[in-house]
Design a binder for this molecule. Sequence first.
Ligand code: NAG
Ligand code: NAG
Length: 361
Amino acid sequence: MGGGVVVRQAVAAVLAAVLMAATAAEGFISTKTWRDIRRLNRDGAPFVGLVVPNAYEMDPVLNSPSFSPSHTVPYLDVQGRRFRFGTIGGQNVVMVMTGLSMLNAGLTTQLLLSLFKVKGIVHWGIAGNANEDLQIGDVTIPEYWAHLSLWNWQRHGDGPENELSLEAAGDYTRELGFLNFSDYTVGKGNPELSANTLNSIWYQPEEIFPISGKPEERQHAFWVPASTRYLAIAKKLEGMELPQCVNATTCLPRAPRVVRVSRGCSANVFVDNAGYRQFIRSKFGCTPVEMESAAVALVAHQHGVHFLTIRSLSDLAGGGSALGNEAAKFLSIAAQNAVDVMLKFVPLLAGEHAGLGIDDK
Ligand SMILES: *[C@@H]1O[C@H](CO)[C@@H](O)[C@H](O)[C@H]1NC(C)=O
Ligand SMILES: *[C@@H]1O[C@H](CO)[C@@H](O)[C@H](O)[C@H]1NC(C)=O
């Protein structure tokens, strides 16, 4: 092999390395963006972090006179997410849209907390309703959230007395209970005919790594508490008046209410099924059923940051009332109600400081 070849190979290797570095660098946050982030934190922090799933739940905020966008930096785009700055009732806010589902909600909340000094997170949107006592348009504020789509799917033939695979290692548990497919067979009179090879799904807590804990040492969390301070503040909104009618002819049976409820449930599942809705209501006591809050809660919880969700009920998650079939008519009222409650809540955070949302009981 001649010297020239070696040199050419070395040059090619260096060029390849430079090209790879350039590609990788695109994933990093640029020096200029870091400068902007530092300035925003210096001039505006601590912010109230506003986390919203979809555009139809964010647009009413952008169109509301209660939200004043920042004149100096209305927004900053970082890694595919737009962070919007402004004030609501004198509170500096940073608002970010996550997109659908647990992964989007979790990673966007993590990015928010990594980049900006946030004293607490307020999350809002619409949700399915598993609670027969409430109605479309009601705005729920749950005390606890759980993620219901982390499962151990048990093999056919095993039952409740059989250890799950990897249970001994502490990876999975039978503590939270199960959904048995054979319980849902239509016309199941004969147990043999109703047996189902899909057997059972066991619900699992999340593995979490709180910033106050030891890295790589997992803890577990199923019911994640909202901030008790924020829940106490939210009580002031329970008498709030909300519109009953979409227009002169289309009205809900009664004016919607703001209510604090015990439990909300999230999963990477759009629930449009009455059987499953009743199951999660009786098993876990869920009222709002949706696809983001528990992810936001799990991230805020690990950071020890105040967190609260405001979710209006937009449908019956597959339940069969006459009103349920009319859900689409009331979608705009539902989204607007959640926004109106959020816009009333945020100004009440004046005087609230950053702090442990989870250890302040
Ligand atoms: C689920 O139902 C099957 C019968 O179809 C039964 O053999 C099994 O033990 C049940 N599993 C649980 C966890 O109850
Ligand atoms: C009122 O709103 C409903 C639902 O969007 C719609 O079907 C109906 O046509 C509207 N009525 C009037 C008078 O605008």
